[in-house]
Design a protein around this ligand. Structure first.
Ligand SMILES: [Fe+2]
Length: 221
């Protein structure tokens, strides 16, 4: 979604790209599984919303497919560097209260470089190769510290564009189409914005929530 698309679609691939992509997906399958399990463990309610969105989209268009079927995220970016550094930014195309797993691969010395900087919470975090962090990347400005000459740092991130959620919230059409076709539904969509914002942030679990949920499921057994 984005760049003028009027409906969700898979990016066009040539035969050779298809082969490269499927080889790549096979290589990183376990790595992505680590992202998936971590996301569902720590943010079950938020990930439920991501998963439900995917199911709704797959249900209306059988041509859509997911590269990583058990992942709640619809898209990913792999940056092969070889010395990946990002300047401070927010990912405005992502769901604003949503989350984005960021993983780093190396080798690099995590004590001297590659730290993740989160501006609004004022955090600088040592980030080793193999680590994964979940960041609300549309809402929190993030960047990372350069690494030294001769070191290597790749990054792998996953996300779901906010446009896909908007498409579903507008009844499987773009906001532009909804505004043109149905003024009252459009007014309702706009009116629900503040509530969606509040609901979104409430979907993040606290440690107490997770513990009581785990205790509840143990007692039920
Ligand atoms: Fe980002």
């Amino acid at each position: 979604m984005g760049n003028g698309s009027t409906e969700p679609h898979c990016l066009a691939e040539s035969d050779i790209e298809k082969e490269i992509h499927s080889n790549f997906a096979r290589e990183v399958k376990q790595y992505v599984h680590h992202f998936t399990v971590s996301a569902k463990l720590w943010m079950p309610d938020l990930m439920k919303q991501y998963t439900e969105l995917q199911l709704e989209l797959l249900a209306i268009n059988s041509l859509l497919k997911t590269m990583f079927p058990d992942s709640p995220f619809c898209a990913f970016t792999m940056n092969m560097g070889p010395r990946t550094v990002c300047l401070g930014h927010r990912d405005f195309w992502n769901l604003v209260y949503g989350t984005c797993p960021i993983g780093a691969l190396g080798p690099f010395n995590h004590r001297t470089g590659g730290h993740i900087i989160l501006h609004e919470p004022k955090l600088i975090i040592e980030f080793r190769r193999g680590d994964v962090i979940f960041v609300p990347s549309g809402a929190v400005t993030h960047e990372n510290v350069p690494i030294s000459e001769g070191e290597v740092r790749y990054s792998f991130t996953m996300y779901t564009p906010g446009g896909l959620f908007r498409y579903a919230w507008c009844g499987m059409q773009t906001v532009k189409d909804l505004r043109k076709k149905d003024a009252s539904l459009y007014a309702r969509y706009i009116g629900e914005g503040a509530g969606r914002w509040e609901d979104g942030w409430r979907r993040y679990s606290t440690i107490d929530d997770l513990i009581s949920r785990a205790q509840g499921s143990m007692e039920a057994k």
